[in-house]
Design a protein around this ligand. Sequence first.
Ligand code: NAD
Length: 248
Amino acid sequence: MLLTNQVAVITGGAGLNGLGFATARQMAAQGATVVILDLARAEPAAAAARLGEQHLGLVADVTDKAACEAAAAAVLQRFGRIDVLVNNAGITQPVKTLEITGADYDRILDVSLRGTLYMSQAVLPAMRQQRAGSIVCISSVSAQRGGGIFGGPHYSAAKAGVLGLARAMAREFGPEGVRINCITPGLIETDITAGKLSDEKKAEINATIPLNRLGRADDVAGACVFLASSLSAYCTGITLDVNGGMLI
Ligand code: NAD
């Protein structure tokens, strides 16, 4: 197993059809003890219980620095270490440039970008002390190609910001044994997309993807396991595209 004795924290991991929960499931199957962080309404404890009693669900809003610190402290108190952080929490809003309000901008950037910073800040002291750790940040193909079907320009900006933040942190913490990498998923079938695409629209999108299908949450989860584990021991600051070839 790839993650035996490892403690993995996954933000936004409570949605049973989401990328975060698929990652939690795969990491637990690889021997990790998983901590799911999410908003109260997403019921992280119930999601963690589905993985088995050794796993933990905690309520934390990643836009709240104190909540991120409290969550990291609770994980350290319970398990004594944090080996993996997956910055997965994110929200989107399908609007165009001229429609974006200041409040929209703040909301989208706060969850994806500020949340990635705050959770990374919360776990980095422990990882630095361990002289080991892997942080995986979920960006998006929207950051690379400029916009998407479900994300507005502010979402693209937030996810592009995640790429820059992750690379800067990778440079800073590499010498201390902490690796920080990004995944840029393409269009993945989750609650964000479910029921929102007609069969015709799906066929139209599939025709633009060399692998000729939308992604599955498990496609992204597998990439997270790779980046969390020693299989990627010499990778830091990389961006792993999981998009079916959309950008070729
Ligand atoms: P999802 O809505 O199932 O998951 C997002 C999770 O984040 C939810 O459980 C939600 O409760 C949680 N969350 C929202 N705000 C939060 C906050 N302030 N604090 C803590 N948790 C919060 O969506 P998903 O499709 O699984 O998306 C997961 C990640 O992947 C997101 O960052 C998304 O932007 C990214 N992504 C998704 C796709 C896709 O096609 N589905 C493509 C590229 C990137």
